[in-house]
Design a protein around this ligand. Structure first.
Ligand code: IMP
Length: 192
């Protein structure tokens, strides 16, 4: 029986095809661009997490997935923010940003709410820039190297600002507004 190796990479195909030939097996190729984890967005990650958590706990719940996207690094570390933070830290990011003129970056926070009837996505973005050195001790993660647009201090230097304008504040405000609206609708239905 002929089987197929689905790949856009002819080199990989050639290497594996030879192995199959040697083993007397028939291999064909489907030349296609595969969906890879690196193409996945915060929304997709949060949806998968929310569905999985709801399957396990069967309670109304929400999850949050976030990351920082640096323009000069083509969006890196993005989806891999937590892993990259552990692997190379703030110093590693600043090293990659050495001599980069464009310092623009944005934090993205996606909340997915799920219950037995509905699934809803809420997104918050906070734009800003990457500093040249580590500044401040507050917050977590990339807070000491991120200055939000319109300010001069990092999130770590001025945590009070973060609590007003962060990506997470924006996504959570949207969730709360929606939850409150839902409750109002339920109330008005009951009172009819
Ligand atoms: P995850 O949502 O668990 O995948 O983790 C996202 C990662 O992005 C965190 O571990 C941090 O490294 C980074 N990150 C997300 N939000 C923030 C923030 O508000 N400040 C600093 N770093 C953040």
């Amino acid at each position: 029986m002929k089987i197929y190796f689905a790949t856009s990479n002819p080199w990989k195909y050639r290497e594996i095809k030879e192995k199959f030939n040697n083993a007397g097996l028939d291999l064909g190729r489907i030349n296609t661009q595969l969906l890879e984890l690196q193409d996945v967005t915060n929304e997709e990650v949060a949806l998968i997490s929310a569905r999985d958590a709801f399957k396990k706990f069967k309670k109304p719940l929400f999850v949050e997935d976030s990351g920082i996207y640096i323009k000069a690094l083509k969006g890196f570390p993005g989806l891999y923010s937590s892993f990259i933070f552990k692997a190379i830290g703030l110093k590693g990011i600043l090293k990659l940003m050495e001599n980069k003129k464009n310092r623009q970056a944005e934090f993205i926070s996606v909340i997915v709410y799920k219950d037995s009837k509905q699934e809803k996505v809420f997104k918050g973005i906070c734009r800003g820039s990457i500093t040249n050195k580590i500044r401040g001790r507050g917050g977590f993660g990339f807070d000491p190297i991120f200055v939000p647009k319109g300010y001069n201090t990092t999130f770590a230097e001025n945590y009070a600002i973060k609590e007003k304008i962060s990506h997470r504040v924006k996504s959570v405000n949207k969730l709360i507004k929606w939850l409150k609206n839902g409750k109002q609708k339920q109330k008005s239905k009951r009172s009819k």
